[in-house]
Design a protein around this ligand. Sequence first.
Ligand SMILES: O=C(O)CCC(=O)C(=O)O
Ligand SMILES: [Fe+2]
Length: 319
Amino acid sequence: MLTSEQVQQFHDNGYLAVDKLLDYELDIQPVIDEYQQLLDQLCERWVAEGRLSETYRHLPFERRLVEAYRAGCRYENHFDIALPNSGVQPDTPIHLGPAVFDLLRSPRMLAAVESLIGGEIYSNPIQHVRIKPPASVIAKTDVDRALVGRTHWHQDSGVALPDADDTKMVTCWVAVTEATAENGCLQVLPKSHREGMSLHCSTVDQLGIPEALIPQAEAKPVPLSPGGVLFFHPMCKHASLDNNSDAFRWSFDLRYNPIGQPTGRPHFPGFVAQSRLNPATELDDVEEWARLWLDARDKLAQVDGVKTHRWDSEDPLCA
Ligand SMILES: O=C(O)CCC(=O)C(=O)O
Ligand SMILES: [Fe+2]
């Protein structure tokens, strides 16, 4: 549970950082272990496919990931916990492991979320893992791709469909590794959640608010230690910094909204994470959760594309 001062800060500033909100041993370590296993499997597969010269089993997670990344093995969709917004195929990779499912349902997370949006909590399917390589390693073509490179200024409402504009969504940005201004932590514009929707421009790689509209001097970096969580309002303007360190920067961004409100991604599956009124509707079966995503993938693979945002980039400010 958050204190009333913390809840007030969230509403006043549009964001709230809480150190040690999660329990490292219960919430974070199992996820790290799960990704370690996933990387084991991926390296074996990449070696079998002749794309990687060895599995680098003896190397720690990060060094292995660097070797795979340098060899051109794309890991981000295998690691991500949602499907991409376009180009979904019947075999598009997605990670739907039990440790991630437990993180989505962490009682520590849900208690805090309850303080912000009430006790009827839906896990919104706009969710990602971002394991971002250091600047020394990152390819030029990846610098502006938000799962591996920098994330441009945006509002989470602005990157969802307008049916969710009135949804009382909260974003929860979870630090898995230390997040610092040097390694690309998030930065926010305090109180920007009260300024209304800004123009977003669509580029090949991501949506973003034109830099000219951002008062850079007011931007506030939000460093966090592993297990710390940054909560923010869907209208809060935020971006990541670049990863100028020599290590990976690893975070999850998860979202929740009151049960029954539009998620902004109707073609992706959410689930009831907590219901005080109707506990029997809570989803606690990871296989069922995975099935929901795989069914959505089958459906998306059969259509040409779905609308995921409202912007057309014809505005001169987008030029
Ligand atoms: O971690 C990032 O780079 C971006 C995260 C983000 O935009 C979010 O949490 O809404
Ligand atoms: Fe965001």
